[in-house]
Design a protein around this ligand. Sequence first.
Ligand code: KIV
Ligand code: ZN
Length: 522
Amino acid sequence: MKDKVVIFDTTLRDGEQAPGCSLNLVEKIEIAKQLNKLNVDVIEAGYPVSSKVQFDAVQRIADAVDTVVAGLARTVEKDVKAAYDALKHADTFRIHTFAGTSDIHMMGKFGSDRYGKTLEEKRQHILKLSCDAVALAKTYTNDVEFSPEDAGRTDIGYLSEIVEAVIAAGATTVNIPDTTGYTMPLEFGAKIAELKSRVSNIDDAVISVHCHNDLGLAVANSLSAVSNGARQVECTINGIGERAGNASLEEIAMAIKVREDLWDVETNINTSEIFNASRMVSSFTGMVVQPNKAIVGENAFAHESGIHQDGMLKDNKTYEIMDPEVVGVQESKIVLGRHSGRHGLISRLKAIGFDPSEEELNSIYERFLELADKKKEVFDDDLRLLMGQEVAQKDYRHFLDYLHVNIGTTTIPTATVRIKSNEKLVEESATGDGPVDACFNAIDRALNSKFHIESYQVRSVTVGRSAQGEAHLRLKNGTKSFSGRGVSTDIVEASAMAYLQAINEYSIQGEVEELLDAVTAP
Ligand code: KIV
Ligand code: ZN
């Protein structure tokens, strides 16, 4: 029997911290369900104390899946309590508490004298806070994880001391994060080996690792740690996460599977769900997977040169170390079109990881027919985008009902929009520097709003001349940012939809009361 490596997925927590990535509640639940199908062992669903949105997400996800769900908490009483409150209705759950332990974190984050005057005083203070937080979490659940943040740069003597203390206080998993992606694989592996030999009670806890990818070594470091005794790996789908991201789940799982001849460990991952998970995360977050990304990139199984194609035709093992089907990449010959029935649509949706209810299917089918009228062939990626829009819109209040744009080389761009806002129709026109600007101005007039747009991108997401364009934008209000995404065969319409989606996100987060009042006032 091989040892199990616990796969702790943090796509919905650390992954969501990636710049430009934001998921709404419904999208998070849909991703959590897919992680459930992927058979990850733990889903870190968010950081409950940080906002109501995060709290609700953790609570709802714990409700929606049968995987162990974890909530993050600083070593602060109110954080640990909030994590418990969000998770308490689940059968089993984990509280994950963390504190910075490197000298840089001590002197920076814990620089104030209230944490102690000298480095040693600060270290002892943090150690006590950590043990108290673990002990408190332990009164709520048996499953408690502690992370000494920036362990990669933490002095090994102090790291061993705090790890031993938190295990004595009740931690069942001790996670060793390389928070800044600074370490080298041999160095990080040696750190795990050293902890194993220095910490007297280490066998009472699972050693976990959490590696960031700043030097492109997150997966190598995680695997090196596993070689040295780590039995949990924290990772994200497509490797999304803070800065350069986290260790990629699909790369860890497949490295262990493809080289099972070398490993005395295995994971529980249902690898045939990897591709669906990757596409769903990419489509909901708008974070494009680089074409040459290992396992899930568009080119991961493409063979371009004649010599390679010839070799593949003779024996696909010549240039492929894994079958694409093993990670769920299907050579789909099924393309839907305007004559496809509901049955064809539902079976394709199921094949790519969605399971819509009867009511959802009615609305998706209508939108599918509209799309099939605009473009002859509807591919799997079109369906993912359609589902993404469907999922995103569940809680929305403002919808684009009509759009007309007037442009030309010598005309002033003008847009007219009609928006269905809380069941009322509001129509407005405006001019702008270009058709997109005119649309945004018209929407602002209709909703009596004005937002600063932080970023705006348009790209083509499906293939051919009738490819769908996806617009992605982030708007800012005060210190908060809200993302929106729109997809259409018309990129101006996609942009208007993206702008409205970001406004909807803003409204959902409860900060647009005046705006809503203005719109809905008789
Ligand atoms: O990178 C990190 O150190 C983290 C911790 C909260 C585990 O994300
Ligand atoms: Zn992290």
